[in-house]
Design a protein around this ligand. Structure first.
Ligand SMILES: Nc1ncnc2c1ncn2[C@@H]1O[C@H](COP(=O)(O)OP(=O)(O)OP(=O)(O)O)[C@@H](O)[C@H]1O
Ligand SMILES: [Mg+2]
Length: 263
């Protein structure tokens, strides 16, 4: 049986799709069979982030309307053969797709995958319900900003009425220089406010966006190290958190911090 993990946040643009895509890649690199479901219907971009948009033949609406089988709609990643994507669609009236539809899809592929990752849309309306309903675990993505934390708190209270057995916190876009200078909310305060286990911290890293432009991951970047730790933590329950401040420590770090502030 697959672990079914929804990646959600409440607030838009905090990095749900980015984290879903990278988790898919890094879990498949660990040797797992991973299916990513783009449940952000109407605004699909997981296929674009993965660089797979040209391979899309069928999408989630074709599956729901019975035009094709789930297997036919799954797109295999060209770089990671154990990674598959079920694309969303731009066109279908999203209200016609329900949480039950998505659950039927996860039930069909349950035994063929180790992980099913559900990329949730922003907000807490029907689209949220569709993505959360079939999941049994949730990753709550926040950024170190009050508006993101407030929306995530709302999500946590709503999610308590679903069959979610485990909830994990991922803090995205953390800046080590601002953490050291005390200009960003620190990790301890965020964890305390959210009151769920921290499973990953992803630094602000320009190379994250490069995945969107070529569908490839950069294995030597800071975020690559953070995503490696996150996928290992998800898989084996370890608690290794990426230290965003390490390169800003010491005398060289001081200069890096000063230069970054001037940019
Ligand atoms: N750690 C990061 N460092 C730098 N840029 C990032 C990081 N995480 C995400 N981004 C950028 O932020 C933007 C929004 O990310 P993404 O689309 O993953 O957010 P989202 O939560 O899925 O948005 P939506 O709510 O619209 O679905 C993208 O341009 C992405 O490349
Ligand atoms: Mg998204």
């Amino acid at each position: 049986m697959a672990r079914k993990i929804v990646v959600t946040s409440g607030k838009g643009g905090v990095g749900k799709t980015t984290i879903c895509a990278n988790l898919g890649v890094y879990l498949s690199r660990l040797g797992f069979r991973v299916a990513m479901l783009d449940v952000d219907i109407g605004l699909n971009n997981l296929d674009v982030v993965m660089g797979l948009e040209k391979q899309v033949v069928f999408d989630i609406t074709d599956v729901v309307s019975g035009k094709c089988r789930v297997r036919q709609a799954l797109v295999q990643d060209v770089n990671f053969p154990s990674l598959y994507l079920l694309p969303s669609s731009h066109s279908y009236a999203s209200s016609k797709i329900t949480g039950e539809h998505i659950k039927n899809i996860t039930d069909i592929i349950d035994h063929s995958f180790d992980y099913i990752l559900l990329d949730c849309p922003a907000g807490v309306e029907a689209g949220f319900h569709r993505a959360v309903y079939p999941a049994n675990e949730a990753i709550i993505v926040v950024t170190p900003h009050l508006s993101s934390l407030r929306d995530a708190d709302k999500v946590l209270s709503i999610i308590s009425s679903y069959h979610i057995e485990s909830k994990y916190l991922v803090i995205n876009r953390m800046r080590g220089d601002l953490l050291l200078s005390g200009e960003m909310i620190n990790i301890e305060s965020i964890v305390k406010a959210m009151n769920i286990p921290l499973i990953g911290v992803i630094p602000e890293d320009d190379s994250v966006g490069k995945m969107s432009s070529n569908g490839r991951i950069l294995t030597d970047s800071e975020s690559a190290r953070a995503f490696t730790l996150l996928s290992e933590n998800i898989h084996n329950g370890s608690k290794k958190i990426f230290d965003c401040t390490y390169k800003y420590r010491g005398i060289m770090g001081y200069f890096k911090r000063t230069i970054k502030k001037r940019v």
